[in-house]
Design a protein around this ligand. Sequence first.
Ligand code: PPS
Length: 689
Amino acid sequence: MTSPKPTQAMPESNQLFRLLHQLDLAPDAPQRATAEALGISLGRLNAQLRVASENGFIEITERAGPDRRQRFAYALTAKGAVEKARLTDQFLASKLAEYDALHAELTGTTSGLLALKKRTHLMESNLSPIPELYVSYDSAQKLKVEAADLVSHDLTPRQICDLELLMNGGFNPLKGFLTEADYDSVVETMRTTDGSLWPMPITLDVSEDFADSIELGQDIALRDQEGVILATMTVTDRWTPNKAREAEKVFGADDLAHPAVNYLHNVAGKVYLGGPVTGIQQPVHYDFRGRRDTPNELRALFRKLGWRRVVAFQTRNPLHRAHQELTFRAAKEAQANLLIHPVVGMTKPGDVDHFTRVRCYEAVLDKYPASTTSMSLLNLAMRMAGPREAVWHGLIRKNHGCTHFIVGRDHAGPGKNSAGEDFYGPYDAQELFRAHQEEIGIEMVDFKHMVYVQERAQYEPADEIEEGVTVLNISGTELRRRLAEGLEIPEWFSFPEVVSELRKTRPARAKQGFTVFFTGLSGSGKSTIGNALMVKLMEMGGRPVTLLDGDVVRKHLSSELGFSKEHRDINIQRIGYVASEITKNGGIAICAPIAPYTATRRAVREMVEAYGAFAEVHVATSLEECERRDRKGLYKLAREGKIKEFTGISDPYEAPTNAELVVNTEGVDVDNCAHQVILKLEQMGLIAA
Ligand code: PPS
């Protein structure tokens, strides 16, 4: 067997590109003219021609003609044509990258000329700009005027987060809210229809009424909650999604205990619109402006600092010593710089608010060696989707110019399902990430569980510790308990600056505002117990108390509302809003509406728990007893059909299953019921014993 003749070394790709380009342009030109056009000697041209021919890129034919200087003709072979196209892309991409980098340096935005990215190799660098959906400043001004005539959609807080990341390239390669085909494909296969890995449906959910008012192909204006226009969208798709399927496939179960499933069924609109987005301006943020960076701003920062390898740490919690230790170790392991990249958009209901967290992060930032670490805030709306979310986070960090990403145990876990079990296995997120990391283009760094070794007074990875040493650890629950009760938080656990920030926002529970939310049938005794409770709390003093009684609210806040489900929900949401404001400002809100729907009560709980405790009290007086009492004569009228949609008679009441307290007024006096509530509040640490 003879071994194949080794082919000669190819000219450097740039030279080959120029040669193929020139021959394609002028195949019949004399050699001297070709050499001149390329700026090389005849000898060098001949060498390059020989190599290109030996590699099968060109065909050389002899010409019989009068002109002795033009003895040969050169034609690109099919292989040569493909190679020329590839090299052209590469060449153009490198020029575009240079141009865009310059554009980004000068203007802080990209030129939008990088559509070729996917076809090129050079553009894979984590430091070159990525495409954004914004139009130029001048076009944006024009669009703003033109958009005044468009139908407007007022974006929800979650949609504003999604839109910001769509527009600034954080969700690259998406170019808008998903179309129906892409949505189906993402839900089923974690990929868009063109095969790009994308695990999370980014959808524009709207009400049925709004969807009905839109024609396909129509442009709509996307506005923030103050009416500022952020983008336009051409609506190419409109459909009613199968939300149960979305929940099963994306979140692993159609279980309302999952915050994103609850959002899907109880907050998101019934219909989805899809189509490409044209970005006009970023959402306005008044807080921590200097700490917010678009993907291209971060890429430019890394270029400027010379950071080639960057490991990102995603978090929605305050950082304590263990986090500082593990992130720094991760950076050392990956021989990379560290980017603390906390989410400040939407996190899990009940999390520490982002204002407090950012102040905590700033304190921790000082603890890293100088110039190794930076922090940037990410306006992402998390979904708590565990494994899929981890892959999504990786893609987002890759878009932000990071090369490594820390994935921990139970990454973006939503907590327990309604059967009290974890939604995902502790390492599911790491596994799914590992399976896709090459495609994501970012390397996973395992999160080590760090614990404090008392004898050596330092943090060490739990799996590297020998037996016999004293290991100290404070769980998240224990930390919350200590904060709530004003107990000591040791210095080995956290930094004093962090603890002090947390204490400012989360004073001991006995000093925080809170809400007592009575729910029960009409005539069950909610208002009476609520009144008695108010008086008892006022007698104790210390915090202002407000009673939001059902009847009173209907008179002063909701006088235009009736008793349809829609109106009842609006009524309860108004009560929840006022109660959450009272709680935030350190007062006590006592609410006493019927509040017949579980999902709406849960929404109120989430609103309030962002600022303080929420105690739901089910006044479980039976329907028979309420009807027997019939203090207002309404049950009689309801039975006679003179009042429609009457709770318990012709309208539902969904009894709570997770109330903090259940009281029954049958055979028990009001004073005793109010006292039971006081005891509960004491037990919750909300009033001093
Ligand atoms: S809801 O469902 O929470 O919005 O209802 P709420 O605002 O608490 O209702 C306040 C009072 O309205 C009277 N009322 C009715 N209740 C139920 N169903 C119907 N159709 C209805 N029409 C009037 C009723 O007296 C409620 O007061 P309470 O204090 O509960 O008896």
